[in-house]
Design a binder for this molecule. Structure first.
Ligand code: SF4
Length: 459
């Protein structure tokens, strides 16, 4: 997270395709990655099989800017993978962009990884002490070093041996020779799906990236599952059945696209449930419910339905403000917020507003939003968050600042309300959030309660 940005950010999204009869795999990847753009906007790339070899193309930027060249011509291939990335560890540098392509003693390997290894520091220092030289600062390169070092002669065995050494979050896709490997960590932190249509096998972080191709026949890759797809078909094996369940609840609250279905739940309906749960806990008197678009929109609908208070579009979001506008050097924070979100005066003037947002990190954006709403004539602003108080960092692929930077570690809800200028503020209690989930025992809630599903290397 940079100094100017006050929202949680995902690290990555991945996609992969296999078709033994050959098709325009780069084009397929373009559309899937475009659908996953919300999961990472700083770099994009693809790797695919071409004339018997793997080739990679990646660059800093959005999918449309980096990869639109692949829409211009037919590039028939049998297998390819792609990646969108937001940088945290190592910063926004091209060497950290993915897929990573290496040529080693196992042959050519391409890797696209979503997540963070929670034992990355330990593995990296072990590898460096034994002579490994790293070209990037991303966790993902560690996986390739471990693969290359394995003494197993079969790639599949080397991959299983490597997976046994990894801790934390890894939803990933690899190509070796002409084979596509799909892997999800034993806790299942990040979502990952595999879908089938005709002779095409597709893998993606979210169902929306499959459905863009009309692929409706899909299933979630199971936690601890390794799937092999080659000219003989698709075979699955559980390489680890003993992971502590750790599906990231923030995927449902904020990260995933509302039209996706992840962890066996509709993202849209889950967000509506969180809004309804907030309304049930609330006794505020208000005239309208206003979402902070887009992340608060689905929950605001649930709040409005449950409370009987009408929803109103009191804030307009400028969808053309890309990430580049809110980069670290943007000095005028209020201008940055104004450019992205702006009040609709006619909708809010004289109104008592319930403002629905997904979560609170530092509180700086909310402070500006409340100011803008009041300047535009709002009589009262009551901020409601669809998540509990965030008090702990994430080690599994979400960029959350240090504990002391998290506002909920330094102020009570009443103090936060005063700080941001709201008339009142309420977080969704953790038990209420759990009540919105079909399988509450299957999730990670560590950023709320500090109980990490797997051991972590703290700062
Ligand atoms: S710590 Fe929070 S953001 Fe990270 S995986 Fe767990 S629930 Fe998700």
């Amino acid at each position: 997270m940079n100094a100017q940005n006050d929202s949680l950010r995902h690290h990555c999204g991945v996609a992969g395709f296999f078709n033994q009869e050959g098709e325009n795999i780069p084009e397929r990847l373009f559309y899937s990655l475009f659908s996953l753009q919300h999961r990472g906007q700083e770099s994009a790339g693809i790797a695919y099989k071409k004339d018997g070899h793997l080739v990679v193309y990646k660059d800093l930027g959005m999918v449309s800017g980096v990869l639109s060249r692949y829409l211009a011509e037919q590039r028939v291939s049998t297998v390819g993978i792609g990646h969108v990335r937001y940088s945290t560890r190592g910063g926004n540098r091209l060497e950290n962009a993915q897929p990573i392509l290496v040529s080693c003693n196992k042959g050519e390997i391409a890797l696209a990884h979503n997540g963070n290894l929670s034992n990355a520091r330990e593995l990296r220092s072990l590898l460096e002490s034994e002579g490994s030289i790293f070209q990037s600062s991303s966790d993902s390169e560690i996986i390739l070093h471990l693969l290359a070092r394995s003494r197993q002669t079969l790639f599949y065995d080397a991959l299983k041996e490597t997976l046994g050494l990894l801790r934390g979050a890894f939803s990933m896709i690899l190509i070796h020779n002409a084979t596509l490997y799909t892997v999800r960590d034993p806790s299942g932190f990040r979502p990952l799906f595999i879908g089938f249509k005709g002779t095409t096998v597709a893998v993606a972080s979210e169902t929306c990236a499959l459905e863009v191709h009309g692929i409706q026949d899909s299933r979630e890759v199971q936690p601890g599952e390794l799937i092999t797809t080659d000219h003989e078909g698709t075979r699955a094996e559980l390489f680890n059945r003993e992971g502590t369940p750790g599906r990231c609840v923030f995927e449902l609250i904020y990260f995933a696209r509302p039209d996706s279905r992840i962890f066996n739940q509709s993202v849209h309906l889950t967000r509506k449930k969180t809004g309804a749960a907030l309304a049930r806990c609330d006794n505020v008197t208000a005239d309208i419910v206003v979402p902070v678009p887009d992340s608060g929109s689905n929950a605001a609908l649930g709040y409005a339905e449950a409370s009987g208070i009408p929803m109103e579009y009191g804030l307009t979001r400028n969808h053309y403000v890309g990430r580049s506008f809110i980069m670290p050097n943007t000095s005028e924070r209020e201008l940055a917020v104004r450019m992205k979100l702006h009040p609709v005066k006619e909708a809010i003037k004289g109104k008592r507003i319930v403002l629905i947002d997904d979560s609170l990190v530092r509180g700086t954006t909310s402070k500006i939003l409340v100011k803008l709403l009041k300047e535009a004539g709002a009589r009262e602003v009551h901020l409601r968050l669809c998540a509990p108080e965030i008090k702990w960092p994430c080690y599994f692929g979400i960029d959350i600042p240090t504990r002391k930077e998290l506002i909920s570690n330094t102020m009570t809800p009443e103090e936060i309300a005063r700080f941001i200028g709201a008339d009142s503020l309420m977080f969704l209690p953790l038990e209420e959030l759990k009540g919105c989930l079909d399988d509450p025992g299957g999730y990670c809630y560590a950023c709320f309660n500090g109980q990490y599903p797997v051991p972590v290397e703290t700062e």
